[in-house]
Design a protein around this ligand. Structure first.
Ligand code: ATP
Ligand code: MG
Length: 414
């Protein structure tokens, strides 16, 4: 027997769930365009190296979460777990380096093999932006402002908080890294086995760990902010001043980190209390070293990605969907006339629905089910008189309208 369950961690979307997704994507796309971002669509799979090399071989994504398979040609392919690596790959392979500054928006499915729970799927949807070729802190402010604008238009600023931190430049990060290794080296036994391994290879990632023991051990660790050199402090201050000047509220969270080497300066997240453990709805940061590390020309970058499912769960009630017109023939004799009338209404730009069968009662029930705003009823009299009966389904009021006037009459219901 065929297993007809959706694969664990995947979902079918329809009705209001899908409307929520589309609303979020459309809002983000429209606002991104207003900020000068153009859409890029990269493939949903890439050579495995694209992710393995950019995300680092100690990240959770690479060590545990990737959907990797071998093609018939013997190449290793991975379903994209996130959007930045593919965009960076396209930037390099498509010769886009000539076009900086470049502002890119993307949307689409991502795939991670992790334990499904509320707000955590194996196939999920992201929207995101990348601003490439801008080294100045105004770039950070702009992408954060766009994120905030999207959340505001979705009426989610009340339930989300912007947290920011600075990871500093290379020099500051090296100084911090030394201090952290010293601090955690003295507490090695409290760390998970995985984090003991990270201590040598990528200690910053330990700050990001979800292991409760690790989290307790790093609780009193030195803070990044205390190790920022002058240039990094200035950068961070300019970002904060820029946000304040735009009236965007934020909280500095010294524990907010991105554990990968190419991340620097600003790290930020919009978080919520409303989704339990899956509290981060949008996450981003500056990644000045990424493009170069992938083999491209040195190109600064800053961007973010947001999980559409998590945003969808936070959305307030949707406004009801557009209400159609129901065309209802009283008997089978009027079906042809009704079909032709429905066609005319659709040509005129109106949403019209023609029930397929059953008696008048059954057709009225269908009109109710699709939440029609008005019924256009055709009986033998109407057909003879070249007229229709229009019934307002909310009030029950009805009038006879000459067919020639119908489109004009229905404009009130558009
Ligand atoms: P988390 O800490 O929740 O695992 P992450 O650090 O792995 O998140 P990012 O890689 O920064 O997440 O992805 C950006 C956003 O994408 C997240 O803030 C979240 O909204 C969403 N997201 C990430 N993984 C999933 C998932 N498995 N299911 C649904 N949404 C996800
Ligand atoms: Mg994760």
């Amino acid at each position: 027997m065929t297993n007809l369950q959706p694969v664990r961690g995947t979902h079918d979307l329809l009705f209001d769930d899908l409307r929520r997704h589309r609303l979020i994507e459309a809002t983000a796309f429209d606002l991104a365009a207003r900020y000068g971002f153009v859409e890029i669509a990269t493939p949903i799979f890439e050579f495995t190296d694209v992710f393995a090399r950019t995300l680092g071989d100690t990240s959770d994504i690479v060590t545990k979460e990737m959907y990797t398979f071998e093609t018939k040609g013997g190449e290793s392919i991975t379903l994209r777990p996130e959007g930045t690596a593919g965009v960076a790959r396209a930037f390099i392979s498509g010769g886009l380096a000539q076009m900086t500054p470049l502002k890119l928006f993307y949307r689409g499915p991502m795939f991670r093999h992790e334990r499904p729970q509320k707000g955590r799927q194996r196939q999920f949807q992201q929207i995101g932006v990348e601003l490439l070729g801008v080294a100045s802190p105004q770039g950070d402010v702009e992408v954060i402002a766009l994120a905030e604008h999207i959340l505001k238009d979705l009426r989610l600023t009340g339930v989300t908080t912007l947290e920011i931190n600075s990871l500093g430049d290379t020099e500051s990060r090296a100084a911090y890294r030394d201090a952290l290794v010293q601090f955690l080296g003295a507490r090695k036994t409290a760390l998970s086995e995985e984090s003991r391994e990270r201590l040598a290879r990528n200690p910053l990632r330990i700050l990001d760990s979800k292991d409760p023991g690790d989290q307790a051990a790093v609780k009193d660790a030195p803070a990044f902010t205390d190790f920022l050199n002058m240039a990094s402090q200035d950068f961070f201050k300019t970002v904060q001043d820029g946000l304040a000047a735009l009236g965007i509220g934020f909280k500095v969270n010294p524990a907010l980190v991105r554990g990968l080497d190419y991340y620097c300066h600003t790290a930020f997240e919009f978080t919520t209390e409303a989704l339990g453990a899956q509290g981060t709805v949008l996450a981003g940061g500056r990644y000045d070293g990424l493009i170069q590390q992938m083999g491209g020309p040195p190109t600064p970058g800053v961007g973010w990605a947001a999980g559409v499912e998590r945003l969808a769960m936070l959305l307030p009630e949707l406004t009801p969907a557009h209400r159609p017109i129901a065309v209802i023939p009283i008997s089978d004799d009027e079906v042809t006339a009704a079909q032709s009338l429905t066609h005319t209404l659709r040509r005129a730009g109106l949403a019209a629905d023609l029930g397929y069968g059953g008696n008048m009662g059954k057709r009225m029930k269908r009109a109710d089910k699709i939440n029609a705003i008005v019924a256009v009823i055709l009986g033998a009299d109407e057909v003879r008189e070249h007229a229709v009966t229009v019934r307002n389904l909310d009030t029950g009021d009805q009038v006879k309208v000459p067919e020639a006037d119908l489109v004009r009459h229905l404009a009130a219901y558009r």
